[in-house]
Design a protein around this ligand. Sequence first.
Ligand SMILES: Nc1nc2c(c(=O)[nH]1)N[C@H]1C(S)=C(S)[C@@H](COP(=O)(O)OP(=O)(O)OC[C@H]3O[C@@H](n4cnc5c(=O)[nH]c(N)nc54)[C@H](O)[C@@H]3O)O[C@H]1N2
Ligand SMILES: Nc1nc2c(c(=O)[nH]1)N[C@H]1C(S)=C(S)[C@@H](COP(=O)(O)OP(=O)(O)OC[C@H]3O[C@@H](n4cnc5c(=O)[nH]c(N)nc54)[C@H](O)[C@@H]3O)O[C@H]1N2
Ligand SMILES: [Mo]
Length: 763
Amino acid sequence: MAILTVTHWGAYEVEMAGGEAVALHPFRDDPDPSPIGLHMLAPELDRLRIRRPAIRRGWLEGRARTGRGREPFVEVSWDQALDLAAAELRRVIGAHGNRAIFGGSYGWSSAGRFHHAQSQVHRFLNSIGGYVRSTDSYSLGAARVLMPHIVAPMDELMARHTAWTVLEQHTRLFVTFGGVPAKNAQISQGGAIEHRVPGGLRRMAQASCRFINISPTRDDLETGAAFEWLPIRPNTDTALMLALCWVLQAERLHDEAFLARHCVGFDRFLPYLTGAADGQPKTPAWAAPITGIPGERIEALAREMAAARTMLNIAWSLQRAHHGEQPFWALVTLAAMLGQVGLPGGGFGLGYGATNLMGSPNARFSGPTLPQGHNPVRDFIPVARIADMLLNPGAPFTYNGGTHAYPDIRLVYWAGGNPFHHHQDLNRLMRAWEAPETVVVNEQYWTPAARMADIVLPATTTLEREDIGYANRESHIIHMPAVKRPAGEARDDYVIFAELSARLGVASRFTEGRDAAAWLRHLYEESRQRAAKAGVPLPDWDGLRQAGLASIAVPAAAPIFLSEIREDPETHALPTPSGRIEIFSETIAGFGIPDCPGHAVWRAPAEWLGASDTTRHPLHLLSDQPTTRLHSQLDASPLSVADKVAGRAPICLHPKDAEARGLVDGQVVRVFNDRGACLAGLRVTDAMMPGVARLSTGAWFDPALDDRGLERHGNPNVLTLDIGASGLSQGCIAQTCLVEVEAAPADPPAMRAHDLPVLLPMQ
Ligand SMILES: Nc1nc2c(c(=O)[nH]1)N[C@H]1C(S)=C(S)[C@@H](COP(=O)(O)OP(=O)(O)OC[C@H]3O[C@@H](n4cnc5c(=O)[nH]c(N)nc54)[C@H](O)[C@@H]3O)O[C@H]1N2
Ligand SMILES: Nc1nc2c(c(=O)[nH]1)N[C@H]1C(S)=C(S)[C@@H](COP(=O)(O)OP(=O)(O)OC[C@H]3O[C@@H](n4cnc5c(=O)[nH]c(N)nc54)[C@H](O)[C@@H]3O)O[C@H]1N2
Ligand SMILES: [Mo]
């Protein structure tokens, strides 16, 4: 029996020698294993581990709030670190209440279900009286708020996508906005065990499904066959979708019966579409100069969609943009007008390719999760409003129809995320980060977030602790034994929080008298009962530990997205106010939010290629997800480092854009706008649309603190814009960003993100 471990990017077989893991190999049942995990034992990663608890010197000596990210750390014993952290939590709660603790702690952490850092930190903070939380995600900020109003909550929709086997059989035209990037489908939250997307796409192409990729980048689709690429200006897809809708109604190709039976509000949308409401018909001739796609192609495309079994797909990145609600709403509107929603292989998909989940057929049940307890604190922020919160305590913000106020935060606790990876406008976040009195971070590696903390507590990795691997609709549930001794003095997050709870007098509330082994058995057995109810037999805990894994059944009928509504829209009402698809939402219209009215609309984003003045920053920067890692995780691994250009993150430009600037492939460039500047390594490729630059996320933030403004590694978030998608969702808008690129200064400064901070012994 193989020893297995599970990561978000896949399961791996662990080769052991002398009781320790020595190598990792692809899981034999995975048809398309990801290379990301093969390097987890690399010495390049091991040297970046945090080995002892560490306290920033200025904080230790006088609680100084400046100096984060600049000062050395003093290494201390666990008892000293835990005593300091517990005393600080007690002080802040005593002086300001639990409303002064921000514990949103957004981030992906690791895959195992018990040692899931967010669940651990939330449970801990709840057991000491609560914390300010964050809502939604960076992934789906706009969609998570919009979709429940118009179709259903995102989690529900994601888990019910039409299976690849059905697409293969029935879909004749697959039109995707933003590709189906196989690089992204390497992962699934909790662990992509059987990678199905590359095979699914290949089999669809072999079954002669025609693909059209509408995207600023060609290479986010690979089907093994030729496909049509329609390059589109970033952030303009809504205009294109509206024009497609316009052609359908002008040519009476829209499905009036479907609209009448399954939707509400088409009549309220129609006057906007035809221009009766605002004097501007949303014709192909109107959309062509906005999108860069010829009007005749738009017209023909609408007819092609109406003539074939058509699946419309949209990448999540489209809603990670200013007015990001609109492309999702317009897509649903377009799919409703085509009337194929709920038919095998027709309708719409929300991110085939964004993760391995969509289109996976295995049975669904709720897996093991650590209960988080009760949070009595009502204050929250939409997740991407963290800098606003820290900079403007007390200021109002709108969210999903309500008006709220930013809390006054004195202590930030982070475990399992990297805000200096994920947030926009990092120079602004650096300023905001000086506001809290104390920042505590549990981390495995000396990441940018760990380096920006005051109290750093070293956490174990997946390989160093026993856990359970499980993800929604994956093929297996997997026992993950500890296969390695912890690095240095690293402890499990669970042990760290149990120790802090004991110091704060709530040990039994946090642990319920269980150690990690007892929790694993308890959580697994609870989940096994839920699985049994869903018709999925699983072995008991001892059985799973012995076998290493158990497979999860594939039900006889493969999922067909929303097919039940076609049977009977009354019995299978959607969880919207009307029970139907809402092309017009009375609820959203009733909120009276100027930048998000009651139906899909085109609104120009704050920055785009059609803006009235693009002379200083003429390139649209896309910061998509990286191919060789998950976000900032494992950035120092050999796989990730091999993809860099001249030691910096690669920035892709079209040959014409490179030539116009006198730049050549392989050189170091400076990417800049008024918010910041970074160095990057130039990669020239005709997979880009002219005018568009791509700098994937995840290069560890490497600010030259002596020379404010120049980031040395290629982290796109020194350039991105930190405003909300709209007053409805306040979602992250990383994809709305203009920049310019020029040659880097001679002798550019060396990249230092993978150096260790200065670590001093306790005097
Ligand atoms: N410009 C731009 N920015 C973006 C995006 C974009 O498209 N463009 N995308 C956004 C999106 S969709 C997302 S989801 C975010 C991702 O942002 P994050 O999820 O914050 O990024 P990760 O690098 O995955 O951070 C996870 C951290 O948890 C740590 N960790 C892992 N396991 C454990 C553990 O067991 N215990 C502890 N204590 N720590 C652990 C890892 O070392 C790592 O530092 O980024 C967002 N940022
Ligand atoms: N390897 C790897 N996989 C990942 C992740 C990772 O870090 N690494 N992160 C995971 C996470 S947390 C998430 S949320 C998902 C994110 O999934 P997505 O948000 O879908 O992924 P992105 O890579 O940001 O963007 C997908 C494609 O959209 C295109 N695009 C960008 N803007 C536009 C636009 O305005 N119009 C059109 N038509 N296309 C556009 C980009 O060119 C890109 O190729 O990925 C997940 N998968
Ligand atoms: Mo995400």
